[in-house]
Design a protein around this ligand. Structure first.
Ligand code: ADP
Ligand code: MG
Length: 279
């Protein structure tokens, strides 16, 4: 049972987490299996082709950070990975099975992919713990008692147990996002997708969310993260993928791609990101 293995993220020093992460995460689970396999993915909205032939593999335990300018198709790509958007063509395979397939398994497969959004999307009329219990109760059909215990340990994991009975309106942005992460984890996902999870947060609140995500990575969670937080990308990503106008222009390990970009397009993007100017 997964929940027996839930250990709190909080209370660990960032340095401990960094050192743990310095040990290769993939070596711990001893696998190099491809979890997500995207082939020639295309997505069109009307006449506009937003994704123009994306090929992407994500291995078990890998953390892939996706960067790219606004409008380049990052959210659409994430949304195609869990079928919030239906791809126009191409395939998305998870654990070797076609996500778009009609077999009874595909719903279960989609549930194995958790998602965290920029704007939290918590239920406003439910407390933090009720938000986390929703999935275990009504999707996994756990008893109220079991769902409560699950939600408690997940809130503890993200350092939010002491705020369990608060409504979202009484939580800071960083706290809301940590509850949203706990809520996504409550469905017991094998992969977590994050779409600019800290973009809506004040700078002083970003750290607690990024620490929570880093701890998840250290535990070996497979993650695909759209973010502009380059420190996070440098420290946590196994691979950085740069998307421009719906195609993958460049990808590689963070030390290479972020410090020595080989395409003019990525150079320009990084210059704007770091310096607010192209040169
Ligand atoms: N549901 C939609 N209908 C029409 N156009 C869309 C829709 N979703 C996204 N787009 C367009 O697709 C492009 C890429 O959007 P998006 O994937 O959100 O980019 P990013 O996340 O990189 O900023 C944008 O031009 C956007 O306007
Ligand atoms: Mg987006």
């Amino acid at each position: 049972m997964l929940y027996d293995r839930i250990t709190p993220f909080f209370g660990k020093e960032p340095l401990d987490l960094m050192q743990e992460h310095a040990q290769p995460v993939k070596a711990q689970d001893g696998t190099n299996d491809t979890l997500v396999e995207v082939r020639q993915l295309r997505k069109q909205f009307g006449d506009t082709e937003v994704l123009r032939g994306i090929d992407l593999n994500v291995r078990e335990g890998e953390v892939v950070v996706i960067v790219g300018a606004s409008g380049s198709g990052k959210s659409t790509l994430l949304r195609c990975l869990n079928l919030l958007e239906q791809p126009t063509s191409g395939s998305v395979r998870v654990f070797g099975q076609d996500l778009t397939g009609k077999e009874p398994n595909s719903l279960k497969l989609r549930r194995s992919i958790g998602m965290v959004f920029q704007n939290f999307e918590l239920f406003p009329h439910r407390t933090a713990i009720e938000n986390v219990m929703e999935g275990p109760r009504f999707v996994l059909r756990q008893s109220k008692h079991t769902a409560f215990a699950t939600a408690q340990s997940l809130l503890n994991k993200v350092g939010m147990l002491h705020r369990a009975d608060q409504y979202p309106k009484n939580l800071s942005g960083g706290e809301k996002q940590r509850v949203a992460i706990a809520r996504a984890l409550a469905l017991n996902p094998r992969i977590m997708l994050f779409d600019e999870p800290t973009s809506a947060l004040d700078p002083e609140l970003k750290g607690e969310v990024l620490d929570t995500m880093r701890a998840l990575a250290v535990e070996g969670m497979t993650m695909v993260v759209v973010t502009h937080e380059m420190n996070f990308a440098r420290r946590v990503a196994d691979r950085v993928v740069f998307i421009d106008k719906g195609v993958i222009v460049e990808e590689g390990i963070p030390g290479d791609i972020l410090l020595k970009p080989s395409t003019a397009r990525l150079k320009k993007f990084l210059n704007i990101l770091y310096w607010g100017a192209e040169e």
